[in-house]
Design a protein around this ligand. Structure first.
Ligand code: DGL
Length: 271
């Protein structure tokens, strides 16, 4: 099956990467809207317009299902986009429900972009599942820029996370929800700051399982390490076509960037 994925940038690679593990025999189209990243600081109308154009583009390239691998675009655009197209459109949702369920009444930190935090979709979800008011919401917009620039272990990224977490007593949290697909790259930082006990939950595995169920695909669940050595390998294992804001990615520099990002995602997958 031809599966399209879109994100404002390279955050969506974390969803694609999980799909490689669970559904290695499908064919993928990945669209990073690098000309317009970040979405998390933009107006909803702009995000809706970009998202609609991208879904249309992916369908024109043969996508039979599209994953909006971006919590921000899902928050503001998914309902409108679903009305426009007949194919299944799968969105991302911060994993608040499993986090609250697993928390045993300790607190739950939900990190996301400012747009995701402001929008009704997350508020409605929290009202529904967080009956004990355990969730604290924290916007972390700068992590998007750090991820795009591969600054995962940089002092800037560390200092930023430390500064944003300063008002909180981290010992009261048992769950950390990554409500933005760009945030996966920084798992070692959260682990260092929150300690060994915290459960770090992203929505990627659940999203790919949801896709499989919806499209009748069989999950392989290969835990085989995925490590790329050559930039061109990212085009064939599995078969993927990458687009940067509609431009086909073929140049070595960009493929090397993508390769390093996949390798990073592999390293941090089980942290
Ligand atoms: N990766 C996106 C998300 O999941 C958006 C990041 C951004 O462009 O601000 O929310």
């Amino acid at each position: 099956m031809k599966i399209g994925l879109m994100d404002s940038g390279m955050g969506g690679l974390s969803v694609l990467h999980e799909a490689f593990h669970l559904l290695p025999n499908e064919e993928y189209l990945f669209y990073a809207d690098v000309d317009h990243v970040p979405y998390g600081l933009k107006k909803p109308e702009e995000i809706i317009s970009y998202t609609t154009d991208i879904v249309e583009f992916l369908i024109s390239k043969g996508a039979e299902v599209v994953i909006i691998a971006c919590n921000t675009a899902t928050s503001v655009a998914i309902e409108k986009v679903r009305k426009l197209y007949d194919i299944p459109i799968i969105g991302m949702e911060p994993a608040v429900k499993p986090a609250v369920h697993n928390s045993h009444n300790k607190r739950v930190m939900v990190m996301a972009t400012p747009v995701t935090i402001r929008e009704n979709k997350l508020k409605t979800l929290i009202d529904k599942v967080d009956t004990e008011h355990l969730c604290d919401l924290l916007p972390m917009p700068r992590l998007v820029e750090f991820a795009e620039n591969e600054m995962y272990e940089s002092h800037e990224a560390y200092d930023y996370v430390i500064k944003e977490l300063k008002p909180y007593d981290l010992s009261v949290y048992s769950e950390l929800v990554l409500g933005c697909t760009h945030f996966n790259y920084f798992k070692p930082i959260y682990r260092n700051l929150f300690g060994d006990e915290i459960e770090i939950i992203d929505g990627n595995n659940g999203t790919i399982r949801h896709l499989a169920g919806k499209c009748g695909l069989t999950i392989e669940n290969t835990d085989k390490k995925l490590k790329y050595k050559e930039p061109t390998e990212v085009l064939t294992h599995p078969k993927v076509t990458y687009y940067a804001s509609g431009r086909l990615i073929t140049d070595e520099k960009m493929l090397t960037h993508i390769m390093r990002m996949h390798n990073r995602l592999e390293e941090v997958r089980h942290i």
